[in-house]
Design a protein around this ligand. Structure first.
Ligand code: DHB
Length: 517
């Protein structure tokens, strides 16, 4: 990776448009510059599409390895007045990500099959570097990766008349750190704070709000994620987690900060009741019980040992008492993600709101601590602090410490808590520049404010056994969005670990519904 000072000439040369068009508008999409490609879906269907690849989406290209996007246009476009564009980021671990090709195994292939346009932007991240004046420069420190993705959105808008698909119907999609990026794209549309940086990059002068955000296990709310993790999983510290004394102390200190944060959010449940630190665990249990309940309906088996209790209905229309934790009438399997016939189990019903009825009301309660110990037994938990870990108990920087690095690649703390512990100075505070960077990387700061244009539609998933971040993170995001009038389809899908782009039938039926709203 090196600075290609040739980047702009390359950009100019790449297009077949007239020289005058290229000089007047270097960000003009060249509709004639494509190759024909195809992919074979799992069912053998071949999808043909035009591929427009390696397009620079800013004029001041700093890192030519990453600041490009690819656009894929199906030969058989959906017969819709407004064809959506799926913008899929492959960011993981807050690292840099190149513009990729569509895959039959994820939402990109499926989108092409549906006749939708696909855009896959690259973006800089915590490991992207260039050489400048003999020095290594880190190009992707926060919020630069997000700026790249916003610039990609602007490119699509800027070229709306030339690129097939409707740039007013962009669905962003990502998993984990990519889910966080998708949530940021959804939450920070047109926020003025990013404007000077986007301008300096040579991003198109266009809006960057998006229609919908699809967020799988978003690793976000980074500056509260440590306290949210310990407040939830502290119950396992002396059990399955096996923490030592020093770790337990840090865990307890962090957990103690969480109630004030929860209470500051002013969240409401679906009935309009206040959700606060005293009843939050009941609120969380509702989502987990709903997840288990659906799994039972779909024919999955839930062992007695992981904390759920079940009602055994002897008279219900399901035909007698089901075995504990097993739905009657369907071939149950221990793998909650798979149906008896091998199909993927759908993770949500059409309503997406907790619904219990007599015929299927088998899950009656949950011992949360027991369930959390089960989650921790499947995948060992992170040690405290789970995210801003550098220098607190171990010297090693996390991916998040690295994304908040400086241009020399020196990782940094992004919470006062960890900074104070690292420096052993109870008065230490993040400097104003870091406070701003952290703020610009947290979607919670924008939702329900007038700082940005927030996507109207959201699809948020976090696996019911995903321990990469606390359940509080996606729940708070979804709840704040719901409380501020957004259309939110949210679930903790049963038996799912940290992963994304699953249950594509569900996702694409939601997309089909959403574009008609
Ligand atoms: C990812 C996972 C993590 O646990 C994390 O802290 C950051 C990013 C990821 O998979 O992208």
């Amino acid at each position: 990776m090196f600075l290609k000072t040739m980047a702009l000439p390359l950009l100019m040369a790449a297009g077949a448009q007239s020289a005058s068009a290229a000089t007047t508008d270097p960000l003009r999409f060249d509709a004639g510059n494509f190759t024909r490609q195809s992919l074979t879906m799992p069912d053998g269907e071949v999808i043909d599409y035009k591929a427009y690849e390696g397009i620079f989406y800013v004029t001041n290209v700093e890192d030519s390895t990453y600041q490009t996007l690819n656009i894929y246009v199906p030969e058989r476009m959906a017969q819709l007045e407004r064809v959506p564009i799926l913008m899929r980021t492959y960011v993981g671990g807050y690292a840099a990500s190149t513009a990729k090709s569509p895959s039959p195994a994820d939402a990109t292939g499926r989108a092409l099959k549906e006749g939708y346009v696909v855009c896959i932007p690259g973006s800089r991240g915590n490991n992207s570097t260039i050489e400048r004046d003999g020095k290594t420069i880190y190009t992707g420190t926060a919020p630069r990766g997000l700026l790249d993705l916003k610039a990609a959105v602007r490119y699509l808008r800027h070229n709306d008349a030339l690129i097939p698909g409707d740039s007013e119907m962009i669905f962003t999609d990502g998993t984990s750190a990519g889910g966080a990026m998708s949530s940021l794209l959804g939450a920070t549309g047109n926020a003025r704070e990013y404007e000077p940086m986007l301008k300096a990059m040579g991003a198109a002068d266009a809006r960057d709000d998006v229609f919908a955000a699809i967020c799988y296990c978003p690793i976000t709310d980074l500056n509260h994620a440590d306290m949210e993790y310990e407040w939830l999983y502290g119950c396992t510290n002396t059990g399955v987690r096996h923490l030592d004394e020093a770790q337990i102390r840090i865990s307890q200190e962090l957990a103690a900060e969480c109630p004030a944060y929860i209470d500051s959010l002013g969240l409401l449940d679906a009935e309009g009741n206040a959700v606060n630190s005293s009843n939050y665990k009941e609120y969380l249990k509702g989502f987990l019980i709903e997840s288990a309940h659906r799994a039972l309906q779909e024919g999955c088996e839930i062992p007695d040992s992981i904390g759920f209790t079940f009602y055994q209905d002897k008279s219900g229309p399901m035909g007698g008492a089901p075995r504990r934790g097993q739905a009657a009438g369907k071939g149950a399997r221990p793998d909650g993600a798979t149906m008896a016939d091998g199909r993927e189990a759908p993770s949500f019903g059409p309503g997406n709101a907790p619904r219990f009825n007599k015929s299927s009301d088998f899950v009656t309660g949950l011992d949360l601590d027991r369930y959390l110990a089960y989650v921790a037994s499947v995948t060992p938990l992170k040690t405290p602090p789970a995210f801003d870990q550098m220098g607190v108990l171990i010297p090693t920087p996390s991916p998040e410490n690295k994304v908040f690095a400086n241009e020399q690649g020196e990782a940094a703390n992004f919470t006062d808590f960890s900074l104070r512990h690292r420096l052993d100075d109870p008065t230490a505070r993040l400097d104003a520049d870091m406070v701003k960077r952290v703020e610009l990387m947290n979607p919670m700061n924008f939702i329900g404010t007038d700082r940005s244009d927030v996507s109207r539609h959201w699809f948020i998933r976090h696996g019911a056994k995903d321990r990469d971040t606390s359940f509080l993170v996606p729940i708070n995001l979804a709840t704040r969005l719901r409380n501020t009038g957004h259309d939110v389809n949210f679930a903790l899908p049963w038996n799912r670990p940290h992963s994304g782009d699953y249950n594509l039938d569900d996702l694409f039926s939601w997309i089909a519904l959403t574009i008609r709203k």
